[in-house]
Ligand binder design. Structure first.
Ligand code: COA
Length: 307
């Protein structure tokens, strides 16, 4: 039994906040933010909820692959900013899009959420339990920001991305590896309402673990790194991605990025980028791509996806 991504969708809230806008309220500058992170802009949800954006992205992903919404067996929303402690954001998405047969729940794995959600979908499908799983990464990160803390508020943005994962007759090579290290839980956390982090520790952790987990997935699947067309990474920071590319000795042009426009949208960043790459024709049938995420937990993981 193979597993494939058969549809993608994304929703970006229209309101934007540029680096220059931030420089009017905190002691920062476009030069500081863009040179250290690659971020120039971010989109802010304003009054939109996580479930609203998740439903929009989910609906687009279902329309993209053309399946009947009633054929969705499960909805998983990866989010650190759910509308409520309960019901789950996934249940609210189910109501909005009419996926009445689906089992629904949220997962909390911060910026690695999409990878973990994929791993659950992959396991249910390969076990023959379900055929179609809608996974969504959706975040209103702006609600977790102390807008007077320049070391954190410049990094994040809001948005949602979605993918339909489905069973496939061909034995695709897709495989997932996920890891966690709770001993590092304090390095990046959300205290009550505000994100606090040791930026340097997070940077070092990402540059150490992401190349390792990518190599692990390549070895597990017997895949040559040169056969991977693109490395689609969590969009936290340009310098992190550049350092990972250097470690893997892979040209940076094989690491697509859109963080300049959106900032770090946590669990939403990977599916937003996937949707962009599919819609602009950069991902083609037969391509092998690595998708990798990292973040709070600490947590990290990678997937080899054949399109
Ligand atoms: N504008 C201007 N100055 C800022 C600033 C901002 N937005 N944020 C921090 N500074 C200041 C600091 O206060 C510090 O000043 P000081 O030397 O007077 O104390 C100085 O800039 C250097 O800070 P430092 O933290 O050493 O910078 P850095 O080179 O490590 O870059 C990050 C900071 C956050 C950009 C970098 O550590 C990083 O990218 N970390 C990863 C963060 C991340 O991606 N997290 C999410 C992962 S899922």
């Amino acid at each position: 039994m193979g597993v494939r991504i058969i549809g993608t969708g994304a929703f970006i809230p229209p309101k934007t906040v540029t680096n220059d806008d931030l420089a009017k309220t905190v002691d920062t500058s476009d030069e500081w933010i863009s040179s250290r992170t690659g971020i120039h802009n971010r989109h802010i949800a304003d009054n939109m909820t996580t479930s609203y954006m998740a439903s929009k992205a989910g609906k687009m992903a279902v329309a993209d692959c053309g399946i009947d919404v009633l054929d969705i067996d499960m909805i998983i929303v990866a989010t650190s900013s759910p509308d409520y402690p309960f019901p789950s954001t996934a249940a609210l998405v189910q109501r909005e899009i009419g996926a009445l047969r689906a089992a629904c729940f949220d997962i909390s794995v911060a910026c690695t959420g999409f990878i973990y959600a994929y791993s659950i979908a992959d396991a249910y499908i390969r076990a023959g339990i379900y055929k179609n799983v809608l996974i969504i990464g959706a975040e209103v990160m702006s609600q977790h920001l102390d807008w007077s803390d320049r070391s954190v508020c410049v990094l994040f943005g809001d948005g949602a991305g979605a993918a339909v994962i489905s069973s496939d007759k061909s034995d695709t090579v897709g495989t997932v590896t996920i890891h966690s290290d709770g001993s590092q839980a304090d390095v990046l956390r959300c205290n009550k309402d505000n994100i606090v982090m040791d930026g340097r520790e997070v940077f070092t952790f990402a540059v150490r673990t992401v190349p390792q987990v990518i190599m692990e997935v390549l070895q597990n699947t017997g895949t040559d790194i040169n056969d991977v067309t693109m490395f689609i990474l969590h969009q936290a920071n340009r310098r992190i991605i550049e350092a990972i590319a250097k470690k893997l000795k892979v040209d940076i042009t094989r690491f697509p990025m859109n963080l300049s426009e959106y900032g770090n949208t946590s669990a939403a960043s990977i599916p937003i980028l996937l949707d962009e790459l599919k819609k602009n024709g950069r991902i083609k049938a037969g391509d092998k791509t690595i998708i990798s995420g990292f973040g709070a937990g600490l947590s990290w993981g990678a997937i080899l996806v054949e399109w």
